[in-house]
Every structure is written in C-alpha cells, then in structure tokens.
Design a protein around this ligand. Structure first.
Ligand code: CP
Ligand code: NVA
Length: 308
C-alpha cells in the first residue's frame, strides 16, 4: 500500500469544492496583479507542462503556454496530426509515457471518457482543456470575470441561449457548486442530454427571450461545436431565432453582463451590437483564461500557498 497522496486532476467543474474555488479565485487575482505589475514570479522553474490538442485552439493553447512560461516553467505542444496519438497509440499508453517526462498535462479531446482514461494512467495532474462534454477552464475564467465585475455569482441567474454543449454542462456543474441558477433555452432537437446534468438549479425555456428575462449574465456559444461540423447546415436552420441580440439583452437586468467563450460568429449566435457593446466582457473573459489557469497549475503542483 502506498501512502502517496492521490493525484488531483481537473477534468470537470465538480472535481473541486467551493472552498477550493474560493482559494483559486483569490489566487488568480493575486497572480493577475503580479502579471500586471511586471513582477517576476517563477515558482515552477524546471517544471514542464505538456499540452495535447486533438482539436483546434487559439486561447487555450496561448493561455496555457504563456502561463507556464510566466510561472518559470516550460510548455510543450503536441497535436494529433504529428504525434503517435494520430496513428492509434492507446490513450492509456500516452498517459503513462507523457506523465513520466512531464509534471502536468493539459488535454483537449473529443469524449470525456478519453481524458478520464488518460488521467487514470497518468502519474501527474491532468487538466481538461475542453472535451465534447465539458470546458471547466473556461467556466473558471467566466466566474472569475463575473466576480471581478459584479462580485460573487452565488444567488445570481445565468441565461444560457443556444446549444446544449460542453459550456452549458460546465455552467450547470458550476451552478451546483456556487449556488446560482441557469435559465436554459435550447432549440427543439438540441436539448440537454440529461445524463450529463446532476443539478436541479436550472429552468428550461421554450423562448430564448424569456430565458434572458431578469438574468444577471447572458451567455451563448457557437451553434456548431468542434467535432459536429457535418451538422452545420441543419443547425443553422434549427437555431434560427436563438441569436442574442439587443432585444434579448434588453430583457436581462440593466447591469447584466454578456459572455461568450469565443470564437464567435457575429450574426449567428450573437449580434455585433451585443458582443461589441457595453455589456460585453468577452475580452476580459479571454484574458482571464491566463490568470485562472496559472492559479490552477500552481495549485495542482504546489498546493495552497499563503497569500503573499
Ligand atoms: N474559448 C476557447 O477555449 O478558445 P480556443 O478554442 O481558441 O482555445
Ligand atoms: N463549444 C465550443 C467551444 C469552443 C471553445 C466547442 O466545443 O467547439
């Protein structure tokens, strides 16, 4: 029997407690201040992050790579096209090998089962950089962004308009951990997969405008997520009327924020007047990926650090 502490992974929002999130939010704020003040902070000298991408990325790659560099460590980028993963090496073997050479691993892949199998064979922490079912790093950034602008999200109402995708399932897990409510409006045929929902902190709306009524935060995402491209034409038809435009935003609270994880399609899921308007915080959301993930990596590798 080993006395070694079990390895902590971040594969979905429900993996951490509220107390851990409260620590991470404070820590991300401190790490962000250091960054803004050009203060060198290198707690991870000689540590290596490997990033495995089976889907495209701009923000996730950049924020993890820059973040690891800023913490004094190194980051290595692997993708399916030119690693052995693309030639059928079992994910269990990849987890074994990568975790013997690196200190922490981020994986962006298709099914959640893939990252779970990878993590089960890893000796080091594994972070979910997006799967079909979850996008926990983005939700961590979004909750941090809400907190910066409006304070705690506890007790608030988040409107979700659009596809029942990875972002929605992570929002619903966050609703359970943080104690907020989600108003969900998805088109017919694109409803939530209830096997991925383990909270009752949501209300379903047939009309997307009604879902926005009284919301503190309005959130949407692409109608066609990565991996579902062949459904694009059918989705464009099914999602007609689900654009977050000025009229829908006007039904939210006057001080409501608009968020979108990006990349966005103006004129499809969101109108330019909203995403480029005064209630939108999408650029803060994107930037905050950097700060929250630095706090996350630091926590997974070094544990809690006294505020300094
Ligand atoms: N929001 C997000 O994860 O963006 P990328 O796909 O560019 O990483
Ligand atoms: N739901 C989108 C998010 C992209 C960051 C996707 O999975 O493609």
């Amino acid at each position: 029997m080993s006395n070694a502490k079990p390895i902590k992974h971040f594969l979905q929002i429900s993996d951490f407690t509220r107390d851990e999130y409260d620590y991470l939010l404070e820590r991300a704020a401190l790490i962000k201040r250091k960054f803004k003040n050009y203060e060198i902070y290198h707690p991870l000298i000689d540590r290596t992050l490997v990033m495995v991408f089976e889907k495209n990325s701009t923000r996730t790659r950049l924020s993890f790579e820059a973040g690891m560099h800023q913490l004094g460590g190194a980051a290595i980028y692997l993708n399916t096209r030119d690693s052995q993963l693309g030639r059928g090496e079992p994910v269990e073997d990849a987890g074994q090998v990568m975790s013997r050479m690196c200190d922490i691993i981020m994986v962006r892949t298709f099914g959640q089962d893939i990252i779970e199998r990878f993590a089960a064979h890893s000796r080091v922490p594994v972070i979910n950089g997006l799967t079909n079912e979850h996008h926990p790093c983005q939700i961590l950034a979004d909750i941090f962004t809400y907190w910066e602008h409006r304070g705690s999200i506890t007790g608030k109402t988040v409107a979700w308009v659009g596809d029942a995708n990875n972002m929605l399932y992570s929002w619903l897990q966050a609703a359970e951990v943080f104690g907020f409510h989600v108003n969900v409006a998805t088109p017919k045929g694109y409803e939530m997969d209830m096997s991925l929902v383990s909270t009752d902190r949501y209300t379903l709306f047939a009309n997307p405008g009604d879902a926005c009524a009284g919301a503190d935060l309005v959130n949407t995402d692409v109608w066609t997520s990565m991996g579902y491209e062949e459904e694009n034409a059918a989705r464009l038809q099914a999602f007609a009327g689900y654009i977050v435009d000025g009229a829908k935003m006007a039904r939210a609270k006057p001080d409501a924020l608009f968020m979108h994880c990006l990349p966005a399609h103006r004129g499809e899921e969101v109108a330019a007047e909203v995403i480029d308007g005064p209630q939108s915080v999408v650029w803060d959301e994107a930037e905050n990926r950097l700060h929250v993930q630095k706090a996350l990596i630091e926590y997974l590798l070094l544990g809690r650090i006294d505020t300094q």
